[in-house]
Design a protein around this ligand. Sequence first.
Ligand SMILES: Cc1cc2nc3c(=O)[nH]c(=O)nc-3n(C[C@H](O)[C@H](O)[C@H](O)COP(=O)(O)O)c2cc1C
Length: 198
Amino acid sequence: MGPDAIYQLLRNLTSPIVAVTSEHAGKRNGMILDSAVRASIVPTIPRLSVYVHKFNLSHDMIFETGRFVLHLLREDQLELVHRLGFTSGRTQDKLADVPHRLGRLGAPVLDDCYAHFECRVANVMDTWSSTSFLGDVTDVGHGAASAARGAVMTAAYFRSHMPTAWRRDFEEHLASAQQFAAERSRDIRAVVWRGLKA
Ligand SMILES: Cc1cc2nc3c(=O)[nH]c(=O)nc-3n(C[C@H](O)[C@H](O)[C@H](O)COP(=O)(O)O)c2cc1C
C-alpha cells in the first residue's frame, strides 16, 4: 500500500475538531486540532492528550505554562475553525473578537462551544516534530446555556463541509506541516516533564 493510501486510512483515527486555547505572559491564543483523544478510563482521573506541532505558537505557550483548554465545537462553528486554524497567533490576535473569559487555570475559556475541558499538563512525549501533551482535566463546562445543542464537529464533517474558498489554503497548510514533520520526525527524544522531575 502506498503512503497516500496509508495516510487516508489513518484519517479514520482523527479526533473531532477541537479548539485549544492557551495564555502566556498576557498573550491569549487559540488553535485547531484533530488529534485529541481520551487518555484515561477512570472517571475520577479524567485525562486527554493532544499532538501539537512545534511550529505552532500554541506549542510554546502550552509548553511554557503547562496548561490549556480544549473545546469541543459544534458543526455550525466552521468560521471559528477558519479563524483559529488557518493563521498563527504570531501575526494576529485571533481571540480579539471571540468572546471568552480566563478559566480557573488562567487559560481562555470560549463562551461558545459544545463543551470545554481545562487541563493541566501531567506529562509530555516529544515526537521531534510535535509534542504530545497529556492533560489532567481539572474543570469541565458547557458553553452558553444553549451551546451544547447540535452535533460535535468531526474532522470528516469539517473536510466535507468547509467552503470551497478555504480548500486551497487548507491543503497548502497541510502540505507545509507534512514537510516540516517529514524533516523532523525521525529522531524521537524523551523529555521528562518538569512536573515529574524529582
Ligand atoms: C482541521 C484542522 C486540523 C488541525 N489539526 C492540527 C493538529 O492535530 N495538530 C497541530 O499542531 N495543528 C493542527 N492544525 C493546524 C493549526 O491549527 C494551525 O497551524 C494554527 O494556525 C496554529 O496556530 P498558532 O500558531 O496560533 O498556535 C489543524 C488545523 C485544521 C484547520
